[in-house]
Write a protein that binds this ligand. Structure first.
Ligand code: GTP
Ligand code: MG
Length: 148
């Protein structure tokens, strides 16, 4: 099954939106296979956001992500990478439709609450980076009520 890395950023954690993010993925039918709260190191964040190193906002992004603990999770299920991004909304919250997480809970791109992997490839890299010990494999008896 496809997996994605979803992370509640420090603003989302401080604002008490961890449960809201989890609830939406649970309600949709996706399966939670890993969850952790941690204060990421600068090195971990620079690896995670390695593709953005040349951007002008990179130092501000790292400072934002260092400002408090994050809650990282791995969700599993059909189409979870693309659908997860749709559930988060656009990078810029003001461009995000109401009904998405960013469209419902935030305003500025530099305080946009959550992260989601942008492809299956980056999801694999991010899951290996944030959960080097691996995720939890288990079966759910409700699977047949979610998938045809
Ligand atoms: P993530 O799911 O967090 O990776 O967001 P994304 O994939 O929608 O956007 P991208 O990977 O391009 O940027 C990563 C993060 O950098 C964004 O979520 C923002 O928090 C931040 N960011 C992106 N563009 C800007 C910008 O123009 N200004 C500021 N201040 N932050 C930005
Ligand atoms: Mg991204």
């Amino acid at each position: 099954q496809e997996r994605t890395y979803i992370m509640v950023k420090p603003d989302g954690v401080e604002r008490g939106l961890v449960g809201e993010v989890i609830k939406r993925f649970e309600n949709r039918g996706y399966k939670l296979v890993a969850l952790q709260q941690l204060r990421p190191s600068r090195e971990l964040l620079e690896q995670h956001y390695g593709d953005l190193k040349t951007k002008g906002f990179f130092p501000a992004l790292i400072a934002y992500m260092l400002s408090g603990p994050v809650v990282g999770m791995v969700w599993e299920g059909k189409g979870v990478v693309v659908t997860g991004r749709k559930m988060l909304g656009e990078t810029n919250p003001l461009a995000s439709a109401p009904g998405t997480i960013r469209g419902d809970y935030c305003i500025d791109v530099g305080k946009n609450i959550c992260h989601g992997s942008d492809s299956v490839e980056s999801a694999k890299k991010e899951i290996a980076l944030w959960f080097p010990a691996g995720v939890n494999e288990y079966t759910r008896s409700i699977e047949k009520l979610i998938y045809e």
